[in-house]
Each structure stands twice: as structure tokens, then as C-alpha cells.
Design a protein around this ligand. Structure first.
Ligand code: GLN
Length: 499
């Protein structure tokens, strides 16, 4: 029998619809795989065995009665532990939320449940999604399935590693500065940050509200389009939710063709600072796209060089405000110090014990940047940079339909390599942050290997034009797979050291 964990979500969905395979078999195969490899990978913080099997058995029953079902009904999925789920813990990778259960489901989770997609569990992340390596999780790092001594990217390393290690065909991530796309790049998976407002943020624990976006993590571009159509669309619970219908994404992925598509190479996001192997795979991808009839042009976005600096003012500022609610009173952990248990002392002791170093660093930075007297100089200036970045995108999109760059400057680095150097860690997001600053959508697709490790290629599109990402992404995926003779992940080494 085919190994069900090796199928794409689209392939698995076909087998479920034709009833060649049952949803219980599909879910069980993934639970078995988690049991085999997750001790080595640590992608999951919580495995939702009973409920996933229960939903699967309901799907099988309804299908046997001939009921009309969502095409992805029975296809299992993993959810980043920043997204709240009723009936399962949500930790945000932090000790401060250890043991906390949400009283409600995030809108995206509700949509998965409506589609009857069994939720396999919750995936690991950098604490409150702050990081690029998943080493800032309070529950230990996740490891990259390509090399267990290396990071799987971050903050959504758990979701990316789960999908790359065939523990789940699909996962959800969140992307504030690159946390879906950069883990995608370094694990050889596909990750999409939708247009800001295209997917509801209701129930995604807020990091930086003006930048955060939930999106798909998958092994194929088509699978991302399928999942995006499930989770996207208007939600009255999110005041920034767009009213546009989501549609035509799957169609775009199925009719991928770059003939006549104007692809703009962002001059500032390549060359110096990018690892040689990354640059080589990027250049090859451009050649393939050109040969397939794309019109490849160079565009310049001069203000992108300020994006990282401005992000590290805006993001901590918003986070310092969003994280003020973890006060030892309303959620999760409460530490009562010796002596008089005044509100300030309980709050101080709880936050000192509950937050890790990176979270504290950003709260301090954000509080400082927002304080009276400094607000205009820091936060105000960063907001102006944001406008300049938006203008760079506007100008570039008059010359090109989509933009292209490497997703991340390097392949996966070793665990511990950048942990004590926050600035080196922040530089991982140099190519992904501009999209969040402007609210435009982006996709990372596998671009091949450099020294045996995956490289990601990023496409960016104008706001609301997510379909273009699927068209260009699926076309590049097909061109590259022709040269590799199959999916990149088929070349990944088998994972040793199972349970
Ligand atoms: N790595 C970036 C940061 O640490 C992005 C995080 C994210 O997208 N959640 O802020």
C-alpha cells in the first residue's frame, strides 16, 4: 500500500473522496509517523490523537452515507501553537501560557473544523513568534529534518518541520516578518503569507497586529492554494479583514504558466550578504523562468535597506503593547513572590519567570521606542519608512506583475550558532520583512539544494493579487521538478533516532 504520509494533500484528498483510503487510515498513518520521528524532530508541542481520530471517523461515516463533503474533508493538518484551539492547549511557545486552554477557536480553526479536517496537534515555535530558528521556544528547539543539528527556521519551525518530515501534509503558520516563508525556505517546503487582511487574525495570539498574518505551510504550491481557500475570506471578528472573496487561487495553481508574465528581480535583495549557493540556485531559477517565456526585468527598491531597522522598532512596539495582558491575573502562569503580594509584585514575578530573554528584550525595546519624547524619533520614523517601502512596491509593480528574490540569505544554520547574537538572527528576515511592512502577499517555493540543504525562492505580488503567487509559484515548481525528476523532499535523508 502507498505510504499515505508521502502523498500531497491534493493526492490524499482524491483517495479519500474515491474512498480508496479512509480518513481514519490517513490520520492514523500520520499519528504513527509522529510517533516514529517526532522525538528527534520536536515539531509538536501537543498531539491531538483522540479528537483527530474521532473527526476522521465522522468523515468516514458521512462519506459512506454519500453526504456532500468538502474536498479536503479527512485530510489532517497541524496548527502552529500561536493559534487558539478550543479543547487543546495553546502555549505560544511560552511558559507564561503553560497549561492554558482557549475558551474559543480561532476563525481559521473554525474553518478547518467546518471542512472536517482533523487537527493532528499544535506545533512548536519561538516564544510568541519572536525568532528565526525556533530555538527561543520554552519547550526546546525543533530540528530540521534535512539535518538534525540544524535549525528549521522560525518562528514557525514546528509547522515547517512537521510538513517536511511527513508528519502532516498541511500546517498553518503565522508570518509577521517571515515566520512562514523563512522556515519554508530552509526545510524545502512551501509557505505563503497572504495579503494582510486576506485571512482572519481572530484567534492568532497577537505579536505585531499591523504585520501578523496566518497562512499555509505545505509540500506543494497547489496544496497551499487549496488550504488558503479554506482559511481565507471575510471575517467580521477581525476589523482588518478584507471583504474580497477568496477564489481563483486553486485555479491559478492548476493553470500555472509564466509565458508573458513580467517578473521583477529585486536588485537590493540578492548578491552581497547572500550565501553563494543561495545566489546560484536563484540565478538558475531565473534562467528557467526566462526559458519558459517569462519577461524577467530588474527593479530597484532602494528603501528596502531600511526595512529591517524599521521592523525592529514597529514589531517590538506593537508586541510590548500586545503582551501587556500577560499580567499573572488573567491568563496562565501566576507567580506570587514572598512578602506582600501586591499587584505590581505579582505581575513582576510572573513576567520575570514566564517570559524568555528574547521576549523581554523586545518588550524593553518596544516600551522604550513608544515612550514620550522618543515616540516621534523612533516609532514615528519607522512608520515613515513603512510608507517609503510601500511606494517602492508601488513603483516596482508598474514594471512587473510579480517580484522575485531568494527567501532567506542562507541555508539552515547550526543550532546554537546565532542564539547569542540577536542581530545575526534578525538578518535572516532581510528579504521577507518588506512584504509585511507593505501588507503584500508572498510565497516561498523550494529552489533546490546548496551543500545538501534547501534554498527558497520568494515571489511577491501586489495586495489582493495572491493568485499571481500561485501561478508563478506552481510554474517554477513544475520547471524545477522536471530538472530534479520529482519533488525536492524526495531527496531528504530518512530521519533516524525515532521513538
Ligand atoms: N523572525 C522574525 C522576528 O523574529 C519574524 C517573526 C514572525 O514572522 N513571527 O520577528
Amino acid at each position: 500500500m502507498t505510504d499515505l504520509t508521502r502523498l500531497s494533500a491534493a493526492q490524499l484528498a482524491e483517495k479519500l473522496t474515491s474512498r480508496e483510503v479512509s480518513a481514519v487510515e490517513a490520520v492514523q498513518a500520520h499519528l504513527d509517523r509522529i510517533g516514529e520521528v517526532d522525538r528527534a524532530i520536536n515539531a509538536f508541542l501537543h498531539v491531538n490523537t483522540d479528537e483527530a481520530l474521532l473527526v476522521a471517523s465522522e468523515v468516514d461515516k458521512e462519506r459512506s452515507l454519500g453526504d456532500a463533503m468538502h474536498p479536503l474533508a479527512g485530510v489532517p493538518i497541524a496548527v502552529k501553537d500561536l493559534i487558539v484551539t478550543k479543547g487543546q492547549p495553546t502555549t505560544a511557545g511560552s511558559k507564561i501560557l503553560e497549561g492554558w486552554h482557549s475558551p474559543y477557536d480561532a476563525t481559521v480553526v473554525r474553518r478547518l473544523r467546518d471542512a472536517k479536517m482533523p487537527i493532528l496537534g499544535k506545533t512548536n515555535l519561538d516564544e510568541f513568534a519572536m525568532g528565526s530558528s525556533t530555538e527561543h521556544s520554552a519547550y526546546g528547539p525543533t530540528r530540521n529534518p534535512w539535518d538534525l543539528d540544524r535549525i528549521p527556521g522560525g518562528s514557525g519551525g514546528g509547522s515547517a518541520a512537521a510538513v517536511a518530515a511527513f508528519e502532516a501534509p498541511l500546517a498553518l503558520g503565522t508570518d509577521t516578518g517571515g515566520s512562514i516563508r523563512q522556515p519554508g525556505a530552509v526545510t524545502g517546503t512551501v509557505g505563503v503569507k497572504p495579503t494582510y487582511g486576506g485571512v482572519s487574525r481572530y484567534g492568532a495570539i497577537a505579536m505585531a497586529s499591523s504585520l501578523d498574518q496566518i497562512g499555509p505551510v505545505t509540500r506543494t504550491v497547489l496544496d497551499s492554494a487549496l488550504l488558503h481557500e479554506v482559511i481565507g475570506g471575510h471575517d467580521p471578528h477581525d476589523s482588518t479583514s478584507l471583504t474580497d472573496p477568496v477564489g481563483a487561487l486553486v485555479e491559478a495553481a492548476r493553470n500555472a504558466d509564466v509565458k508573458g508574465l513580467r517578473i521583477g528581480v529585486i536588485k537590493e535583495l540578492q548578491g552581497e550578504g547572500y550565501q553563494d549557493g543561495v545566489q546560484a540556485r536563484f540565478t538558475e531559477a531565473l534562467d528557467l523562468l526566462r526559458q519558459a517565456g517569462a519577461d524577467v526585468v530588474e527593479v530597484s527598491c532602494p528603501n528596502f535597506r531600511y526595512a529591517l531597522g524599521a521592523y525592529y522598532l514597529i514589531m517590538p512596539s506593537e508586541a510590548s503593547s500586545n503582551l501587556a495582558k500577560y499580567d499573572g491575573v488573567r491568563f496562565g502562569l501566576r507567580v506570587v513572590p514572598d512578602g506582600a503580594p501586591t499587584i505590581e509584585r505579582v505581575m513582576g514575578a510572573t513576567r520575570a519567570a514566564g517570559f524568555g530573554d528574547e521576549v523581554k528584550r523586545r518588550i524593553i525595546l518596544g516600551t522604550y521606542a513608544l515612550s514620550a519624547g522618543y515616540y516621534d524619533a523612533y516609532y514615528g520614523s519607522a512608520q515613515k519608512v513603512r510608507t517609503l517601502i510601500q511606494r517602492d512596491f508601488d513603483a516596482a509593480f508598474t514594471q512587473a506583475d510579480v517580484l522575485i528574490s531568494p527567501t532567506a540569505p542562507t541555508t539552515a544554520f547550526k543550532l546554537g550558532e546565532k542564539l547569542d547574537d540577536p542581530l545575526a538572527m534578525y538578518l535572516n528576515d532581510v528579504a521577507t520583512i518588506p512584504a509585511n511592512m507593505a501588507g503584500v502577499p508572498g510565497i516561498s517555493v523550494p529552489g533546490g539544494l546548496a551543500d545538501g540543504l534547501p534554498v527558497g525562492i520568494q515571489f511577491l505580488a501586489p495586495a489582493r493579487q495572491d493568485a499571481r503567487l500561485y501561478r508563478a509559484g506552481a510554474a517554477l515548481e513544475a520547471l524545477l521538478e522536471d530538472t530534479w525528476g520529482g519533488p525536492l523532499l524526495a531527496q531528504a535523508p530518512e530521519i533516524g533516532g525515532g521513538k
